[in-house]
Design a protein around this ligand. Sequence first.
Ligand code: TRH
Length: 386
Amino acid sequence: MNKSVLQTWDVFCKIVDNHGDIGVCWRLCQQLANEHALKVRLFIDDMPAAAHIVPQLNLKLAQQDIAGVTVCAWPNEAIMPTAIVLETFSCGLPLAYLEKMVAQQSHWINLDYLSAEDWVADFHGKPSPQAQQPITRHFFFPGFETDTGGLLRERDLITKRIAYSKDSQAQSDFWQNVLGLTDLRQIQNSLKISLFCYPQANVPSLLAGLHSLDQAVTLFFPASLLHSAADLFPDFARGAGLSLRKHNITVQPIPFLSQAYYDRLLWSCDCNFVRGEDSWVRAIWAGQAFVWQPYIQEEGTHLKKMQAFLDRYSKQASPELSTLLTAAHYAWSNAKTHDSKIFTELMQALHLAKEHALAEANRLAKQPNLLSKLLSFNEKLIENKV
Ligand code: TRH
């Protein structure tokens, strides 16, 4: 295949629910286009849902160029595939399209979900010959170790985060101009927590744990499709503006932010509650303390995923911190427990959790990022070396 043919990629994204599928695809496509100067077509099955993450989308257009990426509605007519096709999260490919891939021998990679489980390294990069068609699909698994596909990270992400942490003007701009908050003193003097979770999260225990602190707390609650502030904080009184208050806690509802501004929120808070896949990875890169709520799966599979992550993440932590982080994660994911003490203890040990988070972010950032691994995997595929 000539080189120019290899400069174009088709990426397929089906939005199952929530924002994670499109969140990952949008990040990845922008990186392909802007960091590697590749031509990228991103096919999306649900444009209105995608617009939460890509607000520039014009829902009336079937194809449009945004941020260097050609965004297209899921194809229902014959289109010619590119030489490299990236299916994401086993979303499937349109049959007519697949038949053309077979005819022109396109390379087919499926980007899977992130997991810290041991089996990932065994499955990463493996071929899956198709029974119905003479074509091979290859599995690409993100992960935390060097023998996996790595983690999504833009080239300049860590540099940007460090610059932001030293730039008090940029921080004030974020609070005032992006979030529209005027009382900077109140924010600066309080423990700042961001909250992005599923409805099953143990919010009552967290709130009880925070009430026991001898400190003002501001909880930033980004609007999501899943629940409203009134559901989560039923016995809070109205405070200034849109805020809600109870004892030492102020809940500050904030709009759903752009991905770039959401990063700033994670960088700015002392502790981030995150979920699913993409916000989890962004919390890792933020280098701040965090608690992750995995996407809920049948038969407690998500808890196995959580344990696998905690085992890896806590390897370099002291036994005390490791126990604390593990207990806080389990308490957060299980609303049936009434363990508020663990959240009080976590907040009291935040300096240690942050120190550890930063060390882990630095350690992981030394590994090649997911996209550079994907590109070298693809090169090997083309040279028949996989
Ligand atoms: O929305 P999610 O729950 O997505 C989930 C998971 O990815 C899960 O693994 C998958 O199976 C399921 O979708 C279908 O959580 P996640 O992965 O963190 O995605 C949220 C995205 O939204 C992420 O890209 C960050 C972004 N975001 C913003 O851009 N602004 C915001 O204000 C917030 C809160 C999130």
